[in-house]
Write a protein that binds this ligand. Structure first.
Ligand code: AMP
Length: 286
């Protein structure tokens, strides 16, 4: 079933049996998990999946599921953009199949068993979104069970998520190769995100300041200034620009404490502007 240029729209499956039928005869799949409202950032992942799939005779499967258990009460689960039809158009010619299960397919019973990463999962974004990474890891594990992919592609924009997924795959022995793709940005530096649709007028103009602040902090740390001091300054600059800052932190690339080696350094941040939560990260080029 894998082909260099699949003609037209991907085959759509809303349950595991339909998906197995669509994948019958393929050598396996490369999975790109998303929550939909597809943008160029997602498409960069799908293109990478296409390259891997074509090299190995596999199919590309994009999953679209807005996962309720990774949202806390009061977050934007209800207002999260949903437009499956447009998404199918956007991935046409790149993906072979789209797995878009409903909530009942993913959670037929009250979920009692979770994939939990209590240490890293409760730091950085996890400190501000309790249960978020448990929800993410659990749904990714379920998607891996449904699709049985040989490989899966994730964005470096969600860096903590990427590190946790690599850890889950390694420590639970899931046997899925994890590939990552650099963050795709607007011309002014703002990382593409489905949530950016909620940014209007002045807030949209201010939003790129998050990326600017992280870049400045990274430069300072690389120039030998203290990591905490540089991040604190980024936080106060962002607060003055109108952001409600969750955190700006400097870490090692494995997300342990920064040890003072600028080559092993990433600055991560999350902040809200006009009610929209933005996350981003920057690190030294390899
Ligand atoms: P989401 O639909 O927001 O859950 O994202 C699905 C996947 O796309 C995740 O692996 C994200 O890290 C990735 N992604 C989202 N935005 C971007 C971006 N601007 N650049 C690269 N990857 C992204």
């Amino acid at each position: 079933m894998a082909s260099t240029e699949p003609a037209g729209r991907p085959g759509l499956a809303t349950d595991k049996d339909q998906l197995a039928e669509l994948h019958a005869g393929s050598g396996g799949a490369v999975l790109v998990p998303t929550m939909g409202a597809v943008h160029e950032g997602h498409l960069a992942l799908v293109r990478r999946a296409r390259e891997i799939a074509d090299a190995d005779g596999l199919a590309v499967c994009v999953s679209i599921f807005v996962n309720p258990i990774q949202f806390s009460p009061g977050e934007d689960l209800d207002s999260y953009p949903r437009r499956l039809d447009d998404d199918l158009d956007a991935i046409s010619g790149l993906a072979d199949t789209c797995y878009a299960p409903g909530a009942k397919e993913m959670y037929p019973d009250r979920q009692e068993v979770f994939v939990h990463a209590p240490v890293l999962g409760s730091q950085l974004c996890g400190a501000h979104r309790p249960g978020h990474f448990q929800g993410v890891l659990t749904v990714v594990h379920k998607l891996f069970s449904a699709v049985s992919p040989k490989a899966a592609v994730f964005g470096e924009k969600d860096y903590q998520q990427l590190v946790l997924i690599r850890r889950m795959v390694g420590q639970l022995g899931l046997g899925v190769a994890i590939e990552s793709v650099p963050t795709v940005r607007e011309g002014d530096g703002l990382a593409l995100s489905s949530r950016n649709e909620g940014l209007r007028g002045k807030n949209r103009k201010t939003a790129p300041k998050l990326h600017e602040a992280l870049c400045r902090a990274l430069d300072e740390v690389r120039d030998g200034r203290g990591a905490k001091e540089s991040c604190d300054e980024a936080i106060s600059g962002l607060a003055s620009a109108g952001f409600e800052v969750d955190y700006v932190e400097c870490r090692s690339l494995g997300l342990s404490e920064y040890q003072g080696d600028p080559a092993d350094c990433i600055v991560l941040g999350a902040a809200r502007i006009g009610g929209v939560r933005l996350i981003d990260n920057v690190r030294a080029e390899a």
